[in-house]
Ligand binder design. Structure first.
Ligand SMILES: [Fe+2]
Ligand SMILES: [Fe+2]
Length: 159
């Protein structure tokens, strides 16, 4: 499937035409581990770029630069809705609700009890006390997300 995406950015003079080929459906063999790892890494980068560019757009807008804001928003849209999306399709991200909830719980649990706890300790030791406090607060949020996913999983029919 081919679709053409025209992104107008930073005024009429700058127009990107991006030709997009969707990920092949039903590949005949599983992806290599290295390809899966690269897709995961690329998706992290695309997701980060999306949110970063949206912040940059807000800053440009606040600074009275609407054309620059438009450029950042247009790029952010491509990162999320073209690049991340195509990579997620190639990876076949997500499957059943049960598996998705288990995956989400795993990530939230790790952030809740390991990652943010360690980040907070390191920030505290480095003298960045406000950041340490923020990490501890976010750790609590992640625990809430974990609990909500766990409750949602308990309500699903068993596989
Ligand atoms: Fe990208
Ligand atoms: Fe979370």
């Amino acid at each position: 499937m081919m679709k053409s995406l025209i992104v107008a950015a930073a005024g009429a003079a700058t127009i990107f035409a991006v030709s997009v080929t969707a990920a092949p459906s039903a590949p005949t063999r599983p992806l290599a581990a290295s390809t899966r790892a690269n897709l995961e890494a690329a998706m992290h980068g695309e997701a980060y770029a999306n949110l970063k560019y949206l912040r940059y757009a807000d800053q440009a807008q606040a600074a009275g630069k609407p054309e620059l804001a438009k450029l950042f928003r247009a790029s952010a849209n491509v990162e999320a809705n073209e690049h991340f999306d195509r990579e997620a399709q190639a990876l076949r991200l997500g499957s059943s609700n049960n598996v998705n909830l288990e995956d989400a719980m795993k990530g939230e649990h790790y952030e809740n009890v390991t990652m943010y706890v360690n980040f907070a300790k390191e920030a505290e030791a480095a003298g960045d006390k406000k950041v340490a406090q923020m990490f501890r607060q976010i750790a609590v949020d992640e625990g809430t997300h974990y609990a909500a996913y766990k409750a949602a999983l308990a309500k699903l029919p068993r596989r």
